[in-house]
Design a protein around this ligand. Structure first.
Ligand code: PEP
Ligand code: MG
Length: 748
């Protein structure tokens, strides 16, 4: 920015700050600010619009427009020029506002006489707070200096809003709307269950208390020192020995940003204009975000994350607010984060009452860990990291995928009633722990649990599971940052077998690829990873890990019976190859003098429709088959299990899917092959009872589902239900759900 306006800008910021320091209600302060800005910028109008909710902007203060329109004039996001600035987060500067595309005339404000318009976003790093507008009668384009000056002022306003400067005193009304009022955020279910507690931000936001500075020289020294420190830390990262070529490439781009002269120069200009070093970092962070988020190119958007990350690091260096802020975990912590890695989540462990992520996915590692720990998890809770502050009261509804932040007492009371009911139900289910899953017509169903972490082991006793129908071995690989060693795995598998105490554990060999990417393996850039190089395909192409796992399992069994199954087998030959690898390891271990399993079962997961139509020889050869319903369903319906838009689109009780299940049951019956089902549907009582009715005698599910599923099976006549299902399918219905629900309602 040229020197001429630097002084003006600094003066304006100082006046702003002094005016904010004076006592008064939030509204009085806003009024003072608008007249101050209009005066300093020689414009007839200055108005502040703030978000009332995510979609609505409200005129909150004005100098020049009709005072009666304050708190009356509202605009939707994207509506008119103000709405356009709010949506794009990019300034609009025009000499002839009425001729602009999207202009909307608001008669109550009396703005028709003003021709020129300049609007800039009031934002704080991706958090849109409102729009600051100046208008003049004369048809003139505002200069770059003026645009810049208004942006700097907007930055200070954003910080002030954050600090609550515009909250009404005593009246409890928040003009800034954020961080005070109750908010409900609708996300998705990651793990069922309900929880009440206090927000614990995994990565707390850096709080800036001094957006305006009097001493530009001192701030320049600070920013240069901080950038220097940042550069050294990035260079250190890059010098680390263990980086492979790809990681190096990514870090090089990161380093380039850290060393970018333009970045530092822009921040220096902001400081010259009167901002503090911290506010300058944030101003550039917001601006870059706004610019880059408009870019459709995925590579550039990724770089946006790099820049964001660097800006955050820089802020931490400047403010000395590290990740560890010294704050203590509240009594009932609910973790709130953009995303979290599995190892970090495990570190918190069962201390957490709930987890809310603004990103995440159902199959993410965090979701898998949350499930193992039985912690309610809501994913896709957009905006939660912006809205929530440490210590805020929060209700997590993992069943519906809702979050209530700072709830009204009425909502909290209703929620507590729901938790109480769930606790009661859990107690009822606990009473069934030692009872068999025996149906009304005398059919015994074996209910087993899915596991994968040591944290799951206590559930083996508590849930009353008959064994572990699916042990996802990849979780042990996912939570580490380097490949586990054979002996370490052998010790771990032995502990699992010890905990099972003679009950069967079906160990599934490594299922990686698709969404499960090991941090220490080179990521594959595949166009369609769910159908790509994953699971047994990796195991057969690079059999080192498969062999190592087989050895670890044989050693862990130490002469006890052992069950192994392979994920994602699509054809008979794959099963034969994988089995041959395991059998060779048995011979090798025997030759080395290790005890071999008393009994060895080698099974396959049926997760692709093709395997249901494999030659009879496959069904004869496999010791057991386990239907991986999650994958089988996604490939049967061609509906991505990770994609919120489509993952619930097709019903498991769809007659065509049940026809496939019927076919698999019949084929296994022909050859006497043991069949089980271990997808999520096995843990949903209605789906589970339908599967049981159709001939699935083994169901494996998350431990918390065993009680509800057992309870329904014990109340059901499976033979009668089977007849209803067949009759419905014969009628040609799309889904048997209505008839099944009707039947179940009548029987209880
Ligand atoms: C499945 O696909 O149903 C299954 C149990 O495996 P995962 O969910 O681990 O892919
Ligand atoms: Mg699967």
């Amino acid at each position: 920015m040229p020197d001429r306006s630097e002084d003006d800008s600094r003066k304006l910021l100082r006046r702003l700050r002094d005016s904010l320091a004076e006592p008064g209600h939030g509204q009085e302060r806003l009024n003072r600010i608008t007249s101050l800005i209009a005066d300093s910028m020689h414009t007839e109008v200055c108005s502040i619009y703030l978000f009332r909710d995510e979609e609505t902007l409200e005129l909150c203060a004005t100098e020049g427009l009709r005072p009666e329109s304050v708190h009356k004039t509202r605009l939707r996001l994207g509506e008119g020029l103000v709405g356009r600035v709010a949506r794009s987060a990019i300034p609009v500067n025009t000499a002839n506002a009425p001729s602009e595309k999207g202009f909307r005339f608001m008669p109550e404000t009396g703005e028709e006489i003003y021709s020129s318009f300049l609007g800039v976003p009031i934002q704080r790093v991706g958090e849109k707070l409102g729009v600051l507008v100046v208008q003049s009668r004369a048809a003139r384009q505002y200069s770059d200096d003026e645009v810049y000056a208004l942006e700097v002022v907007a930055m200070v306003l954003a910080e002030m809003t954050e600090l609550g400067a515009f909250n009404g005193e005593g009246e409890g009304e928040a003009l800034g709307a954020l961080h005070k009022q109750p908010v409900m955020i609708r996300g998705g279910t990651g793990q069922e269950g309900s929880a009440e507690g206090q927000v614990w931000l995994h990565e707390p936001r850096v709080v800036i208390t001094n957006p305006v500075s009097d001493d530009a020289e001192a701030e320049l020294v600070r920013i240069r020192a901080a950038v220097g420190e940042l550069r050294v830390s990035v260079d250190d990262l890059l010098a680390a020995q263990s980086l492979d070529k790809d990681q190096k490439q990514v870090l090089e781009a990161y380093r380039m940003f850290a060393h970018s002269r333009g970045w530092l120069r822009r921040m220096e200009e902001d400081i010259q204009a009167g901002l503090s070093a911290e506010a300058a970092v944030e101003k550039e962070q917001s601006a870059t975000r706004a610019r880059l988020s408009q870019v459709p190119d995925a590579y550039l958007r990724d770089r946006l994350h790099d820049l964001d990350d660097l800006s955050n690091r820089l802020l931490r260096i400047l403010t000395g607010q590290g990740r560890d802020t010294g704050a203590e975990l509240p009594e009932n912590p609910v973790l709130v984060a953009r995303n979290i890695g599995p190892a970090e989540l495990l570190e918190y462990g069962r201390k957490l009452r709930g987890v809310v992520l603004s990103e995440g996915s159902v199959g993410s590692h965090a979701a898998i860990v949350a499930r193992a720990l039985a912690i309610p998890l809501v994913i896709h809770a957009e905006g939660i990291t912006i809205e929530a502050l440490n210590g805020d009261h929060i209700l997590v509804d993992g069943d519906q995928g809702f979050v209530h932040l700072r709830p009204e007492e009425l909502v909290a009371t209703a929620f507590r009633d729901k938790i109480a009911m769930q606790t009661q139900a859990q107690q009822r289910y606990a009473g069934l722990r030692d009872k068999p899953a025996l149906s009304q017509d005398g059919r015994l169903i074996s209910l087993q649990m899915n596991a994968g972490l040591m944290a799951d082991l206590p559930s083996l006793e508590g849930s009353g599971a008959d064994g572990v129908g699916l042990f996802r071995t990849e979780l042990q690989f996912l939570i580490r940052n380097k490949m586990p060693k054979r002996d370490e795995l052998a010790r771990l598998y032995a502990r699992v077998m010890d905990a099972a105490n003679g009950r069967r554990v079906a160990f599934r060999t490594l299922d990686i690829g698709s969404d499960k990417v090991l941090p220490y393996m080179k990521p594959q850039d595949e166009p369609n990873p769910a159908m790509g190089w994953r699971a047994i395909r990796v195991g057969l192409d690079k059999p080192g890990v498969l062999r190592m796992q087989a050895q670890a399992l044989i050693r862990a069994a130490a002469g006890r019976p052992l069950s192994i199954m392979f994920p994602f087998i699509a054809e008979y030959a794959e099963y034969l190859d994988a089995r041959a690898h395991v059998l060779r390891q048995v011979d090798r271990e025997a030759a080395l003098g290790h005890a071999i399993p008393a009994q060895l079962e080698i099974g396959a997961m049926l997760e692709t429709p093709s395997l249901a139509f494999a030659p009879r020889a496959f069904f004869e050869a496999a010791d057991f088959i386990s239907i991986g319903g999650n994958d089988l369903k996604q490939f049967f319906f061609a509906a991505d299990r990770e994609n919120e838009r489509v993952r619930r689109r097709y019903d498991t009780l769809n007659a065509s899917f049940l026809d496939l299940i019927r076919h698999i049951v019949a084929r296994c019956a022909e050859t006497g092959t043991t069949l089980s089902f271990c997808g999520e549907d096995a843990g949903r009582p209605v789906e589970a009872v339908v599967l049981a009715a159709m001939g699935l005698q083994n169901l494996s599910m998350r431990p918390a589902s065993i009680g509800p599923v057992k309870s329904l099976i014990r109340r059901s006549d499976l033979g009668a239900l089977h007849r209803i299902i067949d009759a419905e399918c014969a009628k040609g219905v799309e889904t048997v759900r209505p008839a099944v629900m009707d039947f179940l309602a009548k029987q209880s």
